[in-house]
Ligand binder design. Structure first.
Ligand code: SF4
Length: 176
């Protein structure tokens, strides 16, 4: 059975910077739970950050690729550099995906770790800009199909397509 790596906060874990969760209540997630295919992961906790913790954003004008290449930082509002924790967390997420065989991920949108299509702009003004968090970027770079919490049907379709491929491969292998 194909696994799906899911942001822990979307599953009800109170691991966000403010000590809260952002649980999604959805039939698809419930079915994934029942099927035992969910791999729960929080990159920021894996990277050694505590709960609660200050918010953090990628520096203005920079993106996840810049952070992973060492050209930009992730900072708290008082200027503390927490880049290393975020990069460690992204690497831990990739290692977890690989060790569990998860080729699909559903990550929390807008986070400096998990955001896929938008992140905050680095000014702590609540302004969002197009871009990815460092974990979403790293997973995508390594061939993991990443979706947001608003794309559960698409993520499920990708899982099913993978399983059809698996079944086809087995059928071919079983043949003469
Ligand atoms: Fe949720 Fe990802 Fe932030 Fe962890 S790092 S709290 S999983 S959005």
């Amino acid at each position: 059975m194909r696994k799906v790596l899911v942001s822990a906060c979307l599953l009800g874990s109170r691991v966000r910077f403010d000590g809260r969760a952002k649980e999604v209540s959805d039939d698809t997630v419930e079915r994934w739970r029942a099927e035992g295919r969910i791999v729960r992961h929080c990159p920021e906790i894996a990277g050694g950050l505590p709960v609660p913790r200050p918010p953090a954003e990628i520096e203005p004008g920079a993106g996840a690729a810049d952070v992973l290449a060492g050209r930009a930082r992730i900072l708290t509002p008082d200027g503390r550099d927490v880049t290393g924790h975020f990069v460690d967390g992204a690497r831990a997420a990739l290692a977890t995906a690989r060790s569990t065989g998860a080729e699909v991920a559903v990550l929390k949108e807008s986070s400096p770790s998990c955001g896929l299509r938008q992140i905050y702009d680095g000014t702590f003004s609540g302004t969002k800009v197009p871009g990815s968090g460092v974990t979403a970027h790293l997973l995508t770079e390594h061939g993991i199909a990443v979706f947001t919490e608003d794309e559960l049907a698409e993520a499920d379709a990708r899982l099913r397509a993978g399983e059809r491929e698996d079944a086809g491969g087995r059928a071919c292998g079983d043949g003469p």
